[in-house]
Design a binder for this molecule. Structure first.
Ligand code: ADP
Ligand code: MG
Length: 350
């Protein structure tokens, strides 16, 4: 008797390979759609999202390929798609969750509320309540702004478009506003998170020539685009120079979160998070608190970097043959030295 086996992911992949090589578009699409459905039911949401996005992009491209009447709406759509592609740095999905980020309880609970709101848009709409969807993350570099955006994308299992602001801010008059409008249109159509890093670059429009009007125009464009952002989309902007931003713009964010340098408790948590399996000890445990105190002024990123280097160097310091023991011993002297070097290179004196 033949054994009945459930269809698995690899069956779909084999089908897709076969139909792809046979140039059987119809069956290929069917298999792809089946794989998307299968991924959703097996909780591989990110894979489903990515496949859906590939499918959407390719359908759009094919439509414009077959109907190439110059000057037709399809023709313009194609040009615009190509242009928005240049404005997008990457399209990602994320596996990060709240467990991956350390910070003040206030920040963490705000992020949790944000995720809750977006997971319950139907409920909020029922009561005619608006969903907070314009978020500003600010604070020193290396303190988790980008990470927080990944956490939100991962928790909500949404696609995130990472915007290349360098490409958007143009020295050509009126071009920046146009680019922004294109980008928001695209994002609105995709029901995703838009992440704009270095949001303060928009403030640099000021530097282009003496034209104050251009700066005003850009700010006004953003304010308008904010108003039209669909409630299912989310905009996350990040900056480490909040004072570069126009106050009118600042006021329009629904949520304004300030990230700070870590305190001693947070540094302890960061060490635990970095050494995930927890099988480590310091050779001089008594000195650890002192070194942590010396980390003052450094960002999460810098501290994590030194601890990782310290682990590697402590490992190489061991006698050959003893390198693969179960518990890792971190030499506090090495770590301490790395912290000093990091502070020196960043010109932190305290
Ligand atoms: N609050 C934090 N909690 C845990 N790790 C952090 C935190 N902030 C920074 N890191 C570590 O440093 C890296 C860089 O941080 P990032 O989010 O890019 O900083 P920012 O965007 O604020 O400049 C992260 O990928 C992570 O490994
Ligand atoms: Mg960043």
């Amino acid at each position: 008797m033949q054994k009945i086996k459930a269809v698995s992911q690899s069956d779909y992949i084999k089908d897709i390979a076969r139909f792809g090589l046979e140039n059987d578009q119809e069956k290929l699409l069917m298999a792809l759609n089946e794989l998307i459905a299968h991924s959703k039911t097996t909780k591989k949401t990110n894979l489903a999202l990515q496949l859906q996005s590939i499918l959407k992009d390719s359908i759009r491209q094919q439509q414009s390929k077959t109907l190439m009447k110059v000057g037709s709406p399809v023709h313009f759509q194609r040009i615009e798609d190509k242009e928005t592609d240049d404005l997008i740095l990457e399209k990602i999905t994320s596996e990060y969750s709240f467990e991956n980020i350390i910070g003040e309880d206030g920040i963490k609970s705000e992020l949790e509320y944000l995720v809750k709101e977006h997971a319950s848009t139907d409920l909020l709409h029922y009561y005619n309540l608006p969903v907070a969807n314009k978020i500003l993350l600010h604070g020193p570099s290396g303190c988790g702004k980008t990470l927080a955006s990944y956490v939100v994308a991962g928790e909500l299992q949404k696609m995130m478009i990472v915007v290349n602001l360098g490409a958007i801010v143009s020295s050509k008059l009126g071009e920046t506003s146009k680019n922004l409008a294109k980008l928001f249109r695209r994002a609105a159509a995709e029901d995703c998170i838009i992440f704009i890093d270095e949001f303060d670059s928009l403030g640099k429009v000021r530097d282009y020539g003496q034209d104050h009007g251009e700066m005003k125009r850009v700010v006004n464009t953003i304010l308008q685009l904010f108003d039209y952002l669909p409630q299912t989309s989310m905009l996350i902007a990040a900056t480490n120079q909040i004072d570069m931003l126009d106050p009118a713009l600042l006021r329009r964010f629904d949520l304004n979160l300030k990230f700070e340098l870590p305190n001693e408790t947070q540094i302890n948590d960061l060490i635990k998070l970095t050494l995930k399996n927890g099988k480590y000890k310091f050779d001089e445990p008594k000195q650890v608190d002192e070194i942590i105190a010396a980390c003052k002024g450094l960002s999460y990123y810098s501290i994590q970097k030194t601890i990782v280097s310290a682990i590697k160097r402590s490992l190489f310091d061991k006698k050959p043959g003893k390198m693969r023991s179960l518990t890792l011993t971190i030499k506090t002297a090495i770590w301490s030295e790395l912290i000093s070097a990091e502070k020196k290179s960043l010109q932190i004196t305290s």
